[in-house]
Design a protein around this ligand. Structure first.
Ligand SMILES: [Zn+2]
Length: 92
């Protein structure tokens, strides 16, 4: 396991390791996601999704640590998907 950390290019917040739900078939089991509610990428996403698709949703910045691929992770509320965040376990 690497201890590498990643920062969001939009808000410089450290990306949180996040477990991919079973039904999604991205290559990596763990993705790095910006869960900062103030992130401009996330904040602008609400307007963009509303004007483009007329839906009340947004997306968060996501990075695949294995492939380096980045992209939007769609969310339908501020708290959506947050239960997938891998919380730092007690330091061993
Ligand atoms: Zn961000």
């Amino acid at each position: 396991m690497t201890e590498k950390t990643y920062n969001c290019p939009h808000c410089q917040t450290r990306l949180a390791p996040w477990t991919v739900p079973e039904m999604v078939c991205w290559g990596s089991k763990v993705q790095f996601v910006c869960f900062n509610d103030e992130c401009p990428y996330f904040v602008k996403g609400w307007d963009w999704m509303r004007s483009k698709y007329e839906v009340n949703a947004s997306y968060r910045y996501r990075l695949d640590p294995e492939t380096g691929e980045e992209g939007p992770l769609p969310v339908w509320s501020r708290d959506a998907l947050k239960d997938g965040i891998i919380v730092d376990q007690e330091k061993k």
